[in-house]
Each structure stands twice: as structure tokens, then as C-alpha cells.
Design a protein around this ligand. Structure first.
Ligand code: NAG
Ligand code: NAG
Ligand code: NAG
Ligand code: NAG
Ligand code: NAG
Ligand code: NAG
Length: 499
């Protein structure tokens, strides 16, 4: 159409005009190419690594300093020093100077780690500084983090993962009475749990303040988008938490509904809630392993196997999301994977025996290549939530393990128990073409032995549950710990709104 018009136009015009026209259209298209290239550069470099940034201010600021988080920070996989490895956001150093010119100078200390394989992502300092300058401007109107100056002067960085749980009267953000989406397994309050402090704790990083969750601005960021959670029941836990948190920003509750009228239960795996006023959906698709759970005939018997080389059949429904949060982890246990004996399948081969870490890595690589080939990083923000810690004391989940006596968080995160799987996830993510943001909730959640349903996860069956030996020390009460995970998700989204 366009072409035809310009063609007929040039025919009716003198030669000179034709040349002029050609010149301008050439100019226009090269400008277009230039801009789309710049845009591509800009959008395709979110894995840029800036571990630490120095801020030199030439004045003594009277207002709190704000810094902007950088999109898509990925840390090196080695985890000897957990403070730097666990931080998903940059550390920023504020140095006060006696002068009053107010100029800002960014010094990049460390960038792209050696392992970064994509040469295209190498940036020179000028470009980095430019982007940092953009970030400063953006910080002005998003104000994602408020640095506590005294603390920063001591530690020199803002590490969101380094913090503690503090009592906050402003919590919880919702209750079982204001949110109808808490399913009975997570509704500890409704199931008779008497202590309440587990829902009144706020995660407080030592060197900065996390912005308070604002449902309205979260919904504004989600306008017109599909937000999708894919994973196991702990991702359902987080997804329900987000639904409840978002309801706080909705005036007319009747304008939020499940698109097929489904009620949330443990059994069904597909849900899509529509927030009509924001034209967005918040969806959940169950996938315990992210790869395909299949059946194969061995001799006379059909046995269940896990196709670690094949993505879950539900994957077509994950495509086209604008924000997607994946997880897998809890099901990779000896018990649920038949101890790795005749369970893991690749092609037509069923491994007689395979250890869970190897299988986990292979499955993640299968997932990663699906993401790399099917997801457009310009459309979709991809998150992977780290392993959610469980707290079974004195036994396993099925052998009398318990957590029900805890009403306070632990003093210290107790273990390295969940770190091996996290290290595998980080390692796989680091090699991907599509940038994946690692939502690291493991260590902050490790304190929260008090946050599980324990005997209050049973709902209607609570009498039986309360008298049986089985406690739920792996899921989380709502309101509760997953609310904080969503606050972190919110910080991530705020941090790169201007990308
Ligand atoms: C956490 O921050 C505190 C205070 O800023 C500091 O003393 C401590 O070393 C940090 N811990 C880690 C693991 O980084
Ligand atoms: C103050 O600013 C002047 C010039 O603007 C500079 O030479 C001096 O080093 C600065 N002093 C400090 C403490 O930064
Ligand atoms: C931030 O906003 C204030 C006004 O709100 C403006 O004076 C200042 O120049 C802005 N700073 C930056 C770095 O954009
Ligand atoms: C919510 O929890 C309270 C206890 O705090 C309980 O009395 C009430 O029945 C629960 N409501 C629902 C709808 O479950
Ligand atoms: C939440 O965000 C909205 C829109 O950005 C803003 O109008 C409102 O004042 C914010 N609420 C709070 C409590 O900050
Ligand atoms: C999800 O929906 C798809 C298509 O509607 C269906 O094929 C699939 O079985 C559903 N999965 C679950 C777990 O409900």
C-alpha cells in the first residue's frame, strides 16, 4: 500500500522531486534503522553486570539519597561470599564530600564477569555511565530505594538480601476477610492459628528501605499485561499472595474474576484472574518439574517417568506472557522422584539410576532452551524464583517432622541446605540468551520457621490434620512470607520501569 502510493506519486512528479523523495525516504529509513538498533542495544543488554557503584556527591544532601536498581542483575555462580552473591540489586556506595556543587559522578568498579559468553553484551565505560545517568534520572520519579545514610557509610552497599525481620503494625497487607483467594491450605488464620505475629513481620534490609508495596502502582505497571506464574504449589502460594495484594488497589471487586469462573482448589492447575480496570490477567499454571511427566511401558507395566529432555506439555500456555515467574524445586526430592531409580527419561532411554542434582540440571537446561527459543526478551520479563526453604524439625514431612511450635523467626538462617539447587539454577540462567532475573528469596525465608501452616493447613480436614503426625512446614501461611517475595518482585519491576 505504502509502496504503491509513493510509486504513483513519483511518476507524476518531475525527476528532481523523485530524487529528493528517494533521498528523504532513505534518510528516514536509516534513521529508523539507527533508532531500532539503539533500542535493540538498549533492550538486549539487561544482563549487564554492575556489582558495585560509587556515588560521589559534591554536597551534603539533606534529603535521603535514592538509587535506581539495575535491570536483570545476574550474579556469578560461585557462592563463597553470600553477601555479594545473593544480592539481586546493586550495592551503592555513597561518599560525602564537603563541597556544594551537587554534581553526581558514577564510577563503575566492576562489570560483566568473565563468564559472560555473549560478546555483544560487553559495554565500554562511556556507555555504562550513560546508562547509569539514565538510571539516576529515572530514580527521581520512581524512588525505589531509600538509602539509610549512616548504614551505608558503614557497609558501603545496599544488599536487599542482608536484613532482618521487624515487627510492623502496618502489616498484614490483607486478611482472610479482605481476600477471598486464600485457599484453605494457606489460610492459617481461618484454620484457627492463634498467634498472629507471623503476619506482622516486614523484611528490612540493613542498608536501605524497601519501598512499600503500592497495589495501585503495581497494577499500573501491569496494565494490559499477562502476568504468569508457572511452577509447583509454592508458586501457587506466591500467586495467591499477589492476587490478594493487588485486590488492595481495586475499587470494584466485581471487576476482578477468574476468566472461566473457577474456584481455586489444590487440584486444578489452570487459573487466570482478570483485573478488568487494568486489562491485565494474573495467571497460574501448575508444573511441578517444568518438564514433562510421562508414562512409559516397561515390560507389562506402564510406569511414570520424568522426561527431563522435554518441556512440560502445558508450555504453550506460558508463551506470550509479559511477566513470567517460574519455579521448581520441592518436587526434586528422593521421595517424589522414586529415588531416581527408573524414573528419569531421555528420548527412549529410562535411566536405571540418576542422581537428583544431575537430573535437576538437565531439566533446567531443557527449560532454558525452551525459554531461549520461544520467549522474546523484548516482550517478556522472565523471573526464576529461588528455592523456598522448608523447616521440618525432628523428621521429614512424612515422618513426624514439625515446625508448629515456632511463633518467632530463627535468629540466623540455619543452613546451606537449599543452596546447591540455587547454585544450579544460577549457573543455568547465566548461560542463557534470554535474560532471566533470579528472585532470591531463600535466605530471607530461611529465618521464617514460624511462617508455615504446620497444623493449620487443613481447613475442613483440620481436625484430622491436627491430630495426625503430618505438618505442613513447606508451604506458607497467607498473609505471610510470600507477600515479601512479591514485594521483591515489585522492587524489580519498579527498578526498571524506564527500561
Ligand atoms: C550485613 O550488613 C551488616 C550491617 O550493614 C554488616 O555488618 C554485615 O557484615 C552484612 N552481612 C553480610 C552477610 O553481608
Ligand atoms: C571541592 O570542589 C573543588 C572544586 O570544585 C575540588 O577541587 C575539591 O577537591 C573538592 N573538595 C572535596 C572535599 O571534594
Ligand atoms: C529530581 O527532581 C527534582 C525536582 O523534583 C529536580 O530538581 C532534580 O533536578 C531532579 N534530579 C535529577 C537527577 O533528575
Ligand atoms: C478469618 O480469620 C478469623 C480469625 O482471625 C476467623 O474468625 C474467621 O472465621 C476467618 N474468616 C474466614 C472467612 O475464614
Ligand atoms: C500509590 O500509587 C499511586 C499511583 O502511583 C499514588 O497515586 C498513591 O498516592 C500511592 N499510594 C501511596 C500510599 O503511596
Ligand atoms: C489447562 O488447560 C488446558 C487447556 O484448556 C488443558 O488441556 C489442561 O489439561 C489444563 N490443565 C490443568 C491441570 O487443568
Amino acid at each position: 500500500m505504502e509502496r504503491q502510493r509513493s510509486f504513483s506519486l513519483s511518476l507524476s512528479l518531475p525527476l528532481k522531486s523523485t530524487l529528493l523523495l528517494t533521498f528523504f525516504s532513505l534518510l528516514a529509513s536509516s534513521l529508523l534503522i539507527f533508532f531500532s538498533f539503539s533500542f535493540w542495544i538498549f533492550t538486549s543488554t539487561p544482563t549487564l553486570i554492575l556489582q558495585q557503584t560509587h556515588l560521589h556527591f559534591n554536597s551534603t544532601p539533606t534529603t535521603p539519597l535514592t538509587v535506581q536498581t539495575l535491570p536483570g542483575l545476574v550474579e556469578p555462580a560461585d557462592r563463597t561470599d553470600s553477601s555479594s552473591k545473593d544480592s539481586i540489586l546493586i550495592g551503592a556506595l555513597f561518599e560525602e564530600r564537603g563541597n556544594a556543587t551537587g554534581s553526581v559522578e558514577w564510577t563503575v568498579l566492576q562489570q560483566v564477569p568473565e563468564e559472560e559468553e555473549d560478546e555483544g553484551k560487553e559495554d565500554d565505560d562511556d556507555e555504562v555511565q550513560e546508562r547509569m545517568a539514565d538510571a539516576v534520572t529515572a530514580a527521581n520519579d520512581t524512588v525505589p530505594l531509600e538509602i539509610r545514610e549512616e548504614a551505608v557509610k558503614e557497609s558501603g552497599r545496599c544488599d536487599l538480601m542482608n536484613g532482618s525481620w521487624v515487627y510492623d503494625e502496618g502489616y498484614p497487607l490483607y486478611t482472610n476477610a479482605t481476600c477471598p483467594y486464600i485457599d484453605e491450605g494457606f489460610d492459617c488464620d481461618g484454620n484457627g492459628r492463634k498467634d498472629k505475629s507471623y503476619m506482622k513481620l516486614r523484611w528490612r534490609p540493613h542498608t536501605c528501605e524497601m519501598p512499600r508495596f503500592n497495589a495501585t502502582s503495581m497494577l499500573q505497571m501491569m496494565r494490559g499485561k499477562r502476568v504468569v506464574f508457572v511452577g509447583d504449589s509454592i508458586n501457587r502460594n506466591q500467586w495467591e499472595s499477589l492476587l490478594c495484594m493487588l485486590l488492595g488497589g481495586v475499587k470494584d471487586r466485581s471487576r476482578v474474576y477468574e476468566t472461566r469462573g473457577r474456584k481455586i482448589t489444590k487440584e486444578k492447575g489452570n487459573y487466570s484472574f482478570r483485573f478488568v480496570d487494568y486489562m491485565c490477567t494474573v495467571e497460574f499454571y501448575v508444573s511441578h518439574f517444568l518438564v514433562h511427566e510421562g508414562k512409559v511401558r516397561i515390560g507389562q507395566k506402564r510406569v511414570q517417568t520424568l522426561r527431563i529432555d522435554k518441556i512440560d506439555h502445558g508450555s504453550s500456555r506460558w508463551r506470550g506472557a509479559d511477566i513470567v515467574v517460574f519455579n521448581t524445586g520441592s518436587w526434586w526430592s528422593h521421595y517424589k522422584t522414586k529415588a531416581g531409580i527408573n524414573y528419569y527419561q531421555e528420548g527412549s532411554m529410562v535411566h536405571p539410576r540418576l542422581d537428583v542434582s544431575t537430573a535437576f540440571r538437565k531439566a533446567l537446561i531443557t527449560w532454558a532452551s525452551w525459554v531461549d527459543s520461544r520467549i522474546n526478551p523484548r516482550k517478556t520479563r522472565v523471573f526464576f524464583r529461588s528455592i523456598s526453604p522448608s523447616h521440618f524439625r525432628g523428621g521429614q514431612w512424612n515422618s513426624g517432622g514439625h515446625c508448629g511450635e515456632a511463633t518467632q523467626p530463627l535468629d540466623l538462617p540455619p543452613s546451606e541446605e537449599f543452596h546447591e539447587k540455587n547454585a544450579i539454577i544460577r549457573d543455568v540462567i547465566r548461560r542463557m540468551r534470554v535474560p532471566v532475573e533470579f528472585l532470591d528469596i531463600t535466605s530471607l525465608s530461611e529465618y521464617r520457621i514460624d511462617g508455615h501452616p504446620s497444623i493449620y493447613g487443613g481447613g475442613g480436614k483440620s481436625k484430622r490434620r491436627q491430630s495426625s503426625a503430618i505438618q505442613d512446614c513447606s508451604h506458607w501461611c497467607l498473609p505471610g512470607v510470600p507477600d515479601t517475595w512479591n514485594e521483591l518482585l515489585y522492587v524489580h519491576l519498579l527498578g526498571s520501569r524506564h527500561r
